[in-house]
Design a protein around this ligand. Sequence first.
Ligand SMILES: [Zn+2]
Length: 452
Amino acid sequence: MEICKSTVEELFEELFTEAKDALKKYIQIDTVNPPGNVDEAVAFLESILQKENIEYKIYSCPSGKKAIAGFIRGEKKDSLLLLNHMDVVPADQDKWEFDAFSGKERNGCIEGRGALDMKGLGVAQLMAMIFYKRRSVVPKKTVVFLAVPDEEIGGKEGAKYITDNYWEDLNPVGVLDEGGFGTKDINEKFPVFFVACGQKKGIWLQIKAHGKAGHASQPSLDNPNDILIKALYKIITHPECPAGDKILWDTIIKVSKLRGGAYYLMAKLYKIKFIRSCIGRYLHKIKFFNAIIRNTETISVINSGIKVNVIPEEAEALIDCRILPKTDYHDVIRRLEKLVDDERIEFNVIKEMEQSDISDSQSALFKAVQKSICSYYKNAKVLPYITPVGTDAKYFREKEVDSYGIYPIVIDQAELESFHGNNEKVPVREYKKCCEILIDIIDKYCCREGEN
Ligand SMILES: [Zn+2]
């Protein structure tokens, strides 16, 4: 039965008001990880699913934390899985301009931790699902909403546990998660949306400098602090040349074409290492691009010394390396060892994260995402990319399910930096489009499957 356009529009307006209210309440629920207790969040989502009469299931993870899934059954068991995490990172309240957990709507934005990462997207996914439930639509593909705990600490006892143990319940053939967004920083005339098709792999390294302890009144060539500082200086001043991966460069070429200028022509010659290193030097200044084009090393912890007049025996630094898919991390360590070239320095791997596969940027789901975004943002460009951050989508890519990270909103640099930073908020106008786009993606991918 066709429902007339105005009824659909009225339903959407009604739902969007509810979505905003739900997001405000959801932000107020404390799910800061650690400890990442999500009991109240699960009860909150459960109450919405119950009210809407949507079938749901609650799963217990080994940590005692829970995950919750909602289902709109389609003609097939194959599903589009809308993946989101309930936990958020802590907020340093003193550095915020507003209460990090008030969930207030002010100056055209909904404010608070989770507005972007990722309670906002979670609520939008839920509302998109409710839109179909209220209209009693039976899609061709099943739609699954899955909210998990512990993404912010790696997801092993969250999304990974669920995918390893309850795959039959979910049956995803496509997954939408976080990890991408739209920006006008590339060309102010139109937005460019980056959709994550893969993610970098994290390798945490300890670099240990061995020296000789002694009295600090006499400078020593064996001071481990000096040895460590020299090594770290070499590392930070010699970033790795951008990788020659085709997907990566297809995106860089398109971006430089959109920006205009000489870089477009240079980017087309990306197979030449010298050209890549020139572009890399330029993009080094732009934090986001620097992170997506090459393997990176960030010094995050330095430990050494006990007293000002004592030279210690050892000094250590911890480095967060993020490497592109298909990179062997031993090569990354070998490069660093060669660069440092000092046998008093020891490299140890303290943590190795999972390798992520890359999802196809020509798949039906990617195309649905692309078309939906373009129908709500005039002249938008939608490009695949490799996100520098870790997300739960990797557990689905591991099982060869096309999984994409996209929060379909346009954000500026300050908003981008508020992910895990201060003053996190989502602009309401963008949030509305996000809800519309998600509804449209479900329509294209789950309801009109096979139609053009
Ligand atoms: Zn997140």
